[in-house]
Design a protein around this ligand. Structure first.
Ligand code: NAP
Ligand code: MG
Length: 498
């Protein structure tokens, strides 16, 4: 406990005009689901937020039919310029309703309001602005002249960045001329449903975007639906494998954005103060519920003790608590299930002989919480060095030479991201070149930009989202893409069913 405490500074919830119940968003209208409705709760205090409809197979069928009709009748017939106008309008409405969206996201997900307000929602708007600009320039996307849309895209997203993952999926799909059926995660449907209201406000033609809430079975129905032409999934590697199997042998195009266990490599010549902030941002941003989190710190042996000491000091200043408080650094864990998983892997870390240190913070009485935690004395064979914990837990390993750092960094079934901290530009280039990771940050971490492609190697999935590359997943360029699809399916088999 420090001498100076911050007074509570909660963001008001008054801006949220929530309904008690939300239906499915199909054909431009909200309507009841045929499945068993469920509650979405605030993970910070377990209070009920709203009742959410659940889509069964027949509802998913209706949603796909609505998307197909909209594709045939309006969206695929519209000029890229006109599609772009809708996307610009959506981007502006997201900005107009930014505060409301940020409050809803923090309430439903548990993430600190300063993150939803300053990171998630601005990036959502940026993603729509960026792809709005592409809608009339698809001939320049590098896929040859006159690339074609695929048809109906079925998209399934996780709970860690609910609205941002929606934007990553919907913006490129619509820019490229496809229509969409999207399933949000069961624990975080709220911002997607407010987004559906924004689509009504934007007068988007009915059926261009359909949102079907529900659990895993709803996602499976979207993925399996025979009239879906493209499947885009972000989530765990386990479910990604199931989806690759379900899609194998069909004509569907598939992209998978899966888990990670990124190395954040700190060399002895790194600017230490910045590196400490980067390590904190790398693993404690969004409670560590980040697929590209820097969950394995690889620190050069000579500076290990100094880095660990400074890190503990810094973590002791982080404020854990009410996600809606503007001073909060660490919010709630998204669900009891996720909390149990973090606890279990941390227990295993201790059992395997790693040394555990947790920040001494007051844990609220209700809700799901986990104090920022560091494990030292971690061996490469430990589960906490191999498995994705997806929580505020950092595993610290050491290395002596750059070659050893690279070898250890690549010693993982994943390959989504990595970080390098050093004073030398030449070392950044040399090391980055040999890291098998889709995104490599140098002297920074967890930076996102719609113009920059994002995606993984190995069990982190395949395909890229963001940038010009992100359009390729939603377009075909004549005969070449038929072969491309085959190559993709072969890769699916090789990399995912390992
Ligand atoms: P998850 O369990 O795989 O769920 C992801 C989504 O898939 C949810 O909407 C889920 O529904 C749905 N789903 C579950 N079973 C399904 C099935 N058989 N068929 C189709 N859909 C199904 O993952 P999560 O626990 O929500 O998210 C955490 C994981 O996502 C982590 O591993 C993380 O690394 C990864 N992630 C990756 C990226 C990336 O860009 N690479 C970004 C963010 C997160 P329910 O909500 O009902 O379970
Ligand atoms: Mg929730």
């Amino acid at each position: 406990m420090s001498f100076l405490e911050y007074a509570p500074a909660p963001e008001s919830r008054a801006i949220l005009k929530l309904r008690d119940e939300y239906g499915l968003f199909i054909g431009g209208e909200f309507r009841p689901g045929r499945g068993q409705s469920f509650a979405t709760i605030s993970p910070a205090d377990e209070t009920h937020i709203a009742t959410i409809a659940s889509a069964d197979d027949a509802d998913v069928d209706d949603a796909v039919a609505a998307a197909r009709r909209a594709y045939e009748k309006t969206w695929s017939k519209m000029s890229g310029r006109d599609r772009g106008k809708y996307l610009f309008r959506i981007a502006r409405l997201v900005q107009e309703r930014a505060r409301e969206l940020a409050v809803a996201e923090s309430l439903d997900n548990g993430k600190p309001i300063k993150e939803s307000r300053d990171v998630d929602v601005p990036l959502v708007a940026a993603w729509f602005f960026y792809y709005a600009g592409w809608a009339d320039k698809l001939d320049y996307a590098g896929l040859g002249p006159d690339p074609r849309s695929l048809g109906v895209a079925g998209q399934v997203i996780p709970w860690n960045f609910p609205l941002l993952m929606l934007a990553w999926k919907i913006a490129p799909a619509l820019a490229a001329g496809n229509t969409v059926v999207l399933k949000p995660a069961e624990t975080t449907p709220l911002s997607a449903l407010i987004f559906a209201e924004i689509l009504q406000q934007a007068d988007l033609p009915p059926g261009v975007v359909n949102i079907v809430t529900g659990a895993g079975a709803t996602g499976a129905a979207v993925v399996r639906h025979p009239d879906v032409n493209k499947v885009a999934f972000t989530g765990s590697t386990g479910v990604g494998r199931e989806i690759a199997k379900a899609v194998a042998g069909t004509d569907k195009k598939l992209t998978l954005e899966l888990g990670g266990k990124a190395a954040n490599i700190v060399f002895e010549d790194a600017p230490i103060d910045q590196a400490i902030e980067g390590i904190v941002n790398g693993i404690f941003f969004n409670q560590g519920h980040v697929c590209c989190a820097g969950s394995r710190l690889l620190v050069q042996e000579s500076i290990h003790d100094e880095v660990v000491d400074r890190l503990k000091n810094r973590l002791s200043t982080l404020r854990l608590g009410d996600p809606l408080d503007k001073n909060t650094d660490i919010g709630a864990i998204n669900s009891r299930e996720q909390l149990d998983r973090i606890r279990e892997l941390s227990r295993i870390g201790e059992e395997e002989g790693a040394e555990r240190w947790s920040a001494d913070c007051v844990i609220p009485d209700s809700g799901f919480w986990f104090a920022p935690t560091i494990f030292t004395n971690v061996q490469a064979s430990h589960r906490i060095a191999r498995d994705e914990i997806f929580g505020p837990v950092l595993s610290v390993l050491t290395f002596r030479t750059p070659a050893e750092a690279i070898e250890k960094a690549n010693n993982t079934p994943y390959g989504l991201s990595a970080g390098i901290w050093t004073d030398k530009g030449s070392r950044i280039l040399a090391v980055a070149d040999r890291l098998r990771a889709g995104v490599v940050w140098a002297n920074t971490f967890n930076r996102f930009d719609p113009a920059s492609p994002f995606g993984g190697y190995k069990e982190s999935g395949y395909g890229r989202e963001g940038g010009r590359h992100g359009l390729a997943a939603y377009l075909k360029s004549g005969s070449a893409s038929v072969g491309g699809r085959r190559v993709e399916a072969r890769r699916a088999k090789k990399e995912v069913s390992a």
